[in-house]
Design a protein around this ligand. Structure first.
Ligand SMILES: *Cc1c(COP(=O)(O)O)cnc(C)c1O
Length: 344
């Protein structure tokens, strides 16, 4: 088998949920949009449901079927994009709870499924999703009378604890919701770490569950090993890969591993990236191609059978840093060709 091996540690996932949950006195929902950040929404949901999670968030109704199948009707699945035209049948069939973001969505939901549960999202300054101040003032009373399951908003800068946007949005959220009896939710992973003022009745944990920044105390959940498919010796002066991008300045032993940009390992990673043999880093040389990466293994005492690209020594956020992006993007870019093993 020549595909990379992705190992997903479900015990670490469960541990991370318990750790985040222990930081608050409120409910901790799990955000499993985008196939649980690329890790497999069905398996992730099932694991977290066993821990006692009763509320899951996804981005769009199309993501719901696999999750409903995995967890049955025991938990609420909430849809962050709300109730779009064409969503009604799926919402009804799978018992989904849309988070309504606009007056249009509220009208659509109340007309199409007047007895179906819903939540509301308010915009407190991020200007991405949710009702703005004037719309909220106009519809709040009528909407609250129908008993939404949650009134929520989302923080734009919660991964920067000292950012003035955090207390600003907190203040706006208070102004928009103080006095209502509906459960309130403002914090995702970053907001949980900002402390109890941000917790309200429910927090919505995403990236922290999967071992990502800003939850620095997380246990790593993902490991990615790439099999070596060929090893060769170069003499000094020989060149490697597309564009002859690298030239050996010494006799070099070169390993080619089976993964590339088609597997989410962007070409931008090549500069400064290492793959790991145990705790020993081996520099990537030449360009990353669609299905192959070339690695200088001259200094290893033995030929490796595989090399790790996400491991203890190179967590997903470190890899993201090399590519100039964030852990969220690395995880959700993980390719579909890897063989997956769920551990724990
Ligand atoms: C993605 C998302 C979350 C989870 O955010 P993390 O930073 O991954 O914890 C929570 N709430 C909303 C509205 C989101 O879009």
């Amino acid at each position: 088998m020549s595909t990379g091996h992705l190992t997903i540690d479900l015990a670490a996932l469960a541990h991370n949920w318990r750790s985040l949950n222990a930081l608050t006195a409120c409910d901790t929902a799990a955000v499993i949009k985008a196939d649980a950040y690329g890790l497999g929404a069905g398996r992730v949901a099932k694991t977290l449901a066993k821990q006692g999670v009763r509320t899951f968030y996804i981005a769009m109704v199309e993501e719901a079927a696999a999750i409903r199948e995995a967890i049955g009707d025991t938990a609420q699945i909430r849809v962050l994009s709300g109730h779009m035209r064409g969503d009604t049948d799926t919402i009804a069939a799978l018992h989904l709870t849309p988070i309504l973001n606009s007056v249009d969505q509220i009208q659509r939901h109340f007309e199409a499924l007047p007895d179906a549960p819903f939540g509301l999202q308010l915009d407190t300054g991020m200007n991405r999703l949710g009702l703005e101040w004037d719309d909220w003032a106009a519809v709040a009373e009528a909407a609250l009378r129908r008993k939404p399951v949650v009134v929520m908003s989302h923080l734009a800068c919660a991964d920067e604890p000292d950012h003035p946007m955090n207390p600003y949005q907190l203040d706006i959220f208070h102004q928009m919701t103080d006095g209502i009896t509906t459960p309130r939710s403002l914090a995702a992973t970053g907001g949980i770490l900002l402390g109890p003022a941000y917790h309200f009745d429910e927090c919505r944990a995403g990236i922290g569950l999967y071992g990502g920044h800003p939850f620095v105390d997380a246990r790593p959940v993902v490991r990615l090993d790439l099999p070596v498919i060929q090893i060769r010796d170069l003499t000094a002066g020989e060149v490697v890969g597309y564009g002859n991008a690298w030239q050996a300045d010494r006799p070099t032993r070169l390993a080619t591993v089976a993964a590339g940009y088609a597997d989410g390992l962007h070409r931008a990673l090549a500069r400064g990236l290492h793959l790991w043999h145990g705790h020993t880093p081996c520099p990537v040389v030449g360009r990353i191609s669609m299905d192959a990466i070339t690695v200088d293994v001259t200094d290893l005492p033995e030929d490796p059978a595989s090399l790790a690209i996400i491991c203890e020594d190179q967590p997903v956020d470190r890899l993201a840093q090399v590519a100039g992006t964030i852990g969220y993007e690395m995880l959700t870019s993980l390719g579909t060709r890897y063989s997956r093993r769920y551990a724990g």
